[in-house]
Ligand binder design. Structure first.
Ligand SMILES: [Zn+2]
Length: 626
């Protein structure tokens, strides 16, 4: 230990002992570790009775802690369910109902509230979908350190760009803990591995070659074991709180759902939940009462002696730890993910041995008789249906107040996701193929979707984007036009259509597509830039100038926008202004052939023959050196 550190440690000890002498002895707040394992079905964990997988780390935590056999997430998708874990709020209350939707500052997170109690906080994520700079804005609130992904990744592989292996994630967390020894700590570790595609590393890929999903679970468990071993080695295990939970399950083909997100059946909502408490408290306890992942946040705050926020949908799990309560808690489910494809969102109530699912064709299941939710017993007059509907209506009015917006009306006019699940499976497979740079597989899969639904806007758009990347601009424009006809408010599809049409030199149509896209979402820099070029091509330099100026407002330093503006100025005969800005720009752009080409034109327009000649020679030289 360095001398400075020894001094600091002594100083801290002095402060602590002074504080201790003036107050009655108080146990210091515990370190808290929240471990979320993505896509983990409760019934695929060994200590939950599944023999197809070895999960020694989870089993050991259950032995040392309280295991909840009936824990449910309110959402089957990652960002939404994690937002519920972090805020203790239902999806409709916290508002993060899709990827990229910011977690509003009006909903305090467990990290913020623990930080206010002098906790040192950090988060380590295993997937880019939880990156706070892109797809999970606001999730980093309250964390001293939030381990985002690099903004620009040179690799084409999933690893490091879209995903981190569990071992990578825990090592980063361990490294941070070693560098930040002062506690108490609140550390969130997110292990993404069991999420598809199922590609566990060796030896799990070999041992579990016929059931790779389990292989990913076994691998994630080994990463968890690494982390627990680190905590034990560093004397942090015994006194800490460790909550381990699945964010949602996985369809695995049940109800024809391959993955998760669309439905609210137990296959994707029933998750493992294990709470290890400081010391021997609760060790080996099994709680069979129904609880919710919403209850995690209030529990952690209570264990840290911090007060909970006023608005919360969950409640502390404390009453279960010492067997004081066996009361089942109603578990509500929500998924707006189907809306992304133009299908009806779903709501559910799981309570008193039944599950009610509100859908265009509603469902009711008797869970003790029918745990796989196969036989729909829905009758509108059934008391359980009516009670559930009343609960959902009350919730909806609360959430509408909270979000100052209401759920779109006429949702029941949308297709029932039950009729669309095959399409969703294919769309998901195509997305993974595109992410993994297998465009041919993606194309084939999307074409299959179009045989099921020739007007699927998602398939048409993705197919158009694939053709755009592949350089088949005519096909790209064709598919994107079809996508826009189904969904005229899709700004991204319109922008891509504009890109394709600019390439095929259908400039008038490209202009219309880009204008329409920018009318929907005005702040698109790339679209402004492209529209400027299109106007130049259409010999409308005044309109081009407007676009380049708007682009410069969005990105003031953009060289491309400045060159575009100068180009437009030259076309209108404003040589002086063009020459001036190009000269200034040339200092940092000594190798930009296009710049010197424009400069030559500007000088020539001003009658400065020598300078024009010099700039033209330089442009020629630079472009021949390319
Ligand atoms: Zn997830």
């Amino acid at each position: 230990m360095k001398p400075v550190k020894v001094l600091r440690t002594l100083y801290v000890m002095l402060i602590l002992s002074a504080a201790a002498s003036s107050e009655p002895a108080k146990t210091p707040p515990p370190d808290i570790f929240l471990i979320t394992i993505d896509t983990l079905r409760a019934d695929h964990v060994h200590c939950y009775g599944y023999t197809g997988v070895a999960t020694p780390a989870l089993d050991a935590l259950a032995k040392d802690g309280v295991r909840f056999t009936q824990a449910f997430t309110p959402s089957p998708i990652t960002n939404t369910s994690h937002a519920s874990i972090l805020t203790g709020l239902l999806p409709g209350s916290h508002g993060v109902t899709d990827f990229g939707v910011p977690l509003s500052v009006s909903h305090p997170t467990v990290a913020e509230l623990l930080k206010a109690q002098n906790y040192h906080t950090a988060a380590f994520i295993g997937a880019v979908i939880l990156d706070s700079k892109s797809l999970a804005p606001g999730f980093d609130r309250g964390f001293d350190f939030y381990d985002n992904f690099p903004e620009h990744s040179s690799t084409k592989s999933r690893w490091g760009r879209l995903e981190r292996r569990g071992m990578d994630v825990v090592e980063r967390a361990e490294d941070w803990l070693s560098k930040h020894p002062a506690g108490p700590h609140f550390v969130w570790v997110h292990l993404y591995d069991p999420h598809d595609p199922y590609e566990p590393p060796m030896p799990y890929s070999q041992i579990y070659k016929d059931h790779l999903y389990d292989g990913e679970i076994a691998y994630a468990d080994s990463a968890l074991a690494h982390f627990i071993a680190y905590l034990k080695r560093n004397g942090k295990y015994a006194s800490s709180v460790i909550v381990t939970v699945g964010d949602h399950g996985e369809g695995l083909g049940e109800h024809h759902e391959d993955t998760h997100g669309i439905f609210l059946y137990d296959s994707t909502t029933h998750v493992p939940l294990i709470v290890k408490l400081p010391g021997p408290r609760g060790a080996g306890t099994v709680v069979k009462a129904q609880v919710r992942t919403l209850d995690i946040m209030p529990t952690l705050l209570e264990l840290a002696s911090a007060s909970a926020p006023q608005k919360k949908d969950g409640d502390s799990l404390e009453p279960y730890f010492d067997g004081k309560s066996e009361a089942a808690r109603p578990a509500l489910g929500e998924t707006d993910y189907p809306l992304r494809f133009g299908w009806a969102p779903l709501r559910s109530v799981r309570s008193d041995g039944f599950k009610f699912i509100e859908a265009p064709r509603p469902e009711l299941y008797d869970l003790p008789l029918d745990p796989a939710e196969m036989t729909n017993k829905y009758e509108p007059q059934d008391g359980r249906v009516q009670r559930s509907r009343a609960m959902l209506a009350e919730l909806r009015s609360e959430e509408a107040q909270l979000q100052a917006s209401s759920t779109p009306a006429q949702e029941s006019a949308l297709p029932d996701p039950k009729d669309k699940i095959e399409e969703e499976n294919l769309l998901h497979a195509a997305m993974i193929a595109a992410e993994d740079n297998r465009p041919a597989d993606a194309r084939k899969t999307l074409e299959k979707v179009l045989t099921l639904d020739p007007k699927s806007p998602t398939a048409l758009r993705q197919l158009g984007e694939l053709e755009l990347q592949a350089g088949d601009f005519v096909q790209a424009a064709h598919h994107l036009r079809a996508a826009v006809e189904v969904r005229p408010d899709d700004a991204a599809a319109l922008f891509h259509e504009g890109q394709a049409l600019e390439k095929t030199r259908d400039l008038g149509v490209a202009r219309d597509a880009l204008e329409a896209s920018l009318k929907l979402v005005p702040g698109q820099f790339e679209a402004r830039l492209l529209l400027g070029q299109v106007y130049l091509g259409l010999k409308d330099p005044a309109a081009a100038e407007d676009q380049f100026e708007a682009a410069l407002l969005l990105q003031p330093g953009s060289v491309e926008a400045q060159l575009g503006l100068a180009d437009a100025q030259i076309t209108t005969g404003n040589f002086a202004e063009a020459a001036q800005s190009l000269q200034a720009l040339s200092k940092g752009q000594a190798k930009n052939a296009h710049l010197f080409d424009l400069l030559a034109k500007a000088y020539s327009g001003l009658g400065k023959k020598t300078e024009a000649q010099q700039a033209a020679t330089k442009a020629k030289l630079l472009s021949s050196n390319k």
